[in-house]
Design a protein around this ligand. Sequence first.
Ligand SMILES: Nc1ncnc2c1ncn2[C@@H]1O[C@H](COP(=O)(O)OP(=O)(O)OP(=O)(O)O)[C@@H](O)[C@H]1O
Length: 228
Amino acid sequence: MIVMKDVYKRYPNGVVAANGIDVQIDQGEFVYVVGTSGAGKSTFIKMMYREEKPTKGTIVVNGIDITKIKNSKIAHFRRGIGVVFQDFKLLPKLTVYENIAYALEVIEESPKLIKKRVMAVLDLVNLKHKARMLPDELSGGEQQRISIARSIVNSPRVVIADEPTGNLDPETTWDIMKIFEEINSRGTTVIMATHNKDIVNTRKHRVIAIEEGMIVRDEQRGEYGYEI
Ligand SMILES: Nc1ncnc2c1ncn2[C@@H]1O[C@H](COP(=O)(O)OP(=O)(O)OP(=O)(O)O)[C@@H](O)[C@H]1O
């Protein structure tokens, strides 16, 4: 569960990107975060995995008040959260297998367990046969599937995705959505910032709309709500 109470974020340049946010997201929900460019979507989700610290307010994620944890504990906290980016952020010199295994190697899991888990997530995204390739030998959609596989290899309770289909064509976008829905159906919370009206209006889930750093709409099975 994620709970934000009276959260404000003012960047050093004076921009207020979160302006009094109160929200609760329960375990297992699927949530779209929508809003115009610069509205504060990325700031909202970055605060959930402590990439940004709020100026004021409390944020409790998986039972931990992440506004109070020490810097030395942040890495440990983040292991419970999977993060997927628009530009994939795969390590170019590592193979697909190594990119995914890396997250488990740093926590010193056994080689046997690492292999089992990496192959299981590669199977989920249908890319077992590409395990030995390098990221730049893959299409954009395949790279995003690998980055999703990497985000869930630790079995996080929450997956956060910032515009994960922004660089992909419409057909690939649907494939990626199916994977997120599959992950969600297994009980993982999925939080996705998106500008994709078709996705939001077709694959119905909770919609949180942000404008000027405030939640202006929060609807179960909501609509995208903007003309683009
Ligand atoms: N690191 C930063 N330093 C200063 N200002 C920032 C920083 N990051 C974001 N901002 C500002 O905060 C506001 C909200 O930005 P944010 O990236 O959260 O919006 P967004 O809704 O995700 O936008 P987009 O859809 O364009 O990605 C914007 O005015 C932006 O310029």
